[in-house]
Design a protein around this ligand. Structure first.
Ligand code: PXP
Length: 258
């Protein structure tokens, strides 16, 4: 299991002060001391965390492959082709969202995605599609000849929070109107969808990653799915690094997923 560490939120913290620290570039030196195998960054259209300048410096200086998450907006695809990361993960983006909510609809946006894949591949950038664990989306991703998919684990993660933490006593409620037994069944069903989706994708020759909302409490069940070969994890690792340091936060996650 490969771990991609998403370092966007180092830039979120920097941008809160609109100065030059903490610099996400410094994370590369620390990741070098760990078994992390990929750096992941999201160049959002509103540039709310990682900027073009960050992306350029990270790609130029990283000893690890860089996976850039980005929208399918042609202007963004153009920028990614110039930046030349090893991979682009195409995600849906809405300006008003707090974080990526739901997977990319590869059926609805088939034509736009096809063009983006062709252009990125022509520039030697492999393409992963961030989709929900939905069979039709997976089949379409294979038909579009993406190299890889990343299964959105956000619903799984939120169900896990609702069931196992006091999140619904905080202002940030998730699945608050469900009783425990319903939540338990929904969590089991979502896990089955992720497992079956990963299996189908492998059968269709797609490599499978997973990510979003994964943390130290919920990661093991996803990491044990043998068809999944990569996890991209950001928020929880960066959040924990405040208390235990980035190196230990990454190493703890690697111990859990292997
Ligand atoms: N994978 C993708 C495609 C994402 O968009 C994100 C969030 O930027 C992540 C993984 C990481 O999610 P989290 O920060 O919740 O670990």
């Amino acid at each position: 299991m490969r771990l991609g560490v998403n370092i966007d939120h180092i830039a979120t913290l920097r941008n809160a002060r609109q100065i030059n620290e903490p610099d996400p570039l410094f994370a590369l030196e620390i990741l070098k001391e760990t078994q992390a195998e990929q750096v992941t960054i999201h160049l959002r259209e509103d540039r709310r965390h990682i900027t073009d300048f960050d992306a350029k410096r990270i790609i130029e200086n990283s000893f690890l492959p860089v996976n850039i998450e980005c929208s399918i907006n042609p202007e963004i695809i153009e920028i990614i082709c110039e930046l030349k990361p090893h991979r682009a993960t195409l995600v849906p983006e809405r300006r008003e969202e707090v974080t990526t909510e739901g997977g990319l609809d590869v059926i609805k946006f088939e034509d736009k995605i096809k063009k983006a894949i062709e252009k990125l591949n022509k520039n030697n950038i492999e393409v992963s599609l961030f989709i929900d664990p939905d069979f039709e989306q997976i089949k379409k991703s294979a038909a579009l000849k993406a190299q890889m998919i990343e299964l959105h684990t956000g619903k799984y993660a939120n169900l896990h929070l609702a069931l196992n933490t006091n999140i619904n006593k905080t202002p940030f409620k998730v699945f608050e109107n469900y009783d425990k037994s319903t939540l338990k069944k929904m969590l089991e069903d979502e896990l089955i969808l992720i497992k079956d989706g990963a299996k189908l994708a492998n059968e269709l020759n797609l490599e499978v990653a997973a990510g979003h909302g994964l943390n130290y409490q919920n990661v093991k069940e996803i990491a044990s799915i043998k068809e999944i070969s990569e996890l991209n994890i950001g928020h929880s690792i960066i959040a924990n690094s405040i208390f235990i340091g980035l190196k230990e936060a990454v190493e703890r996650m690697i111990r859990l997923i292997n």
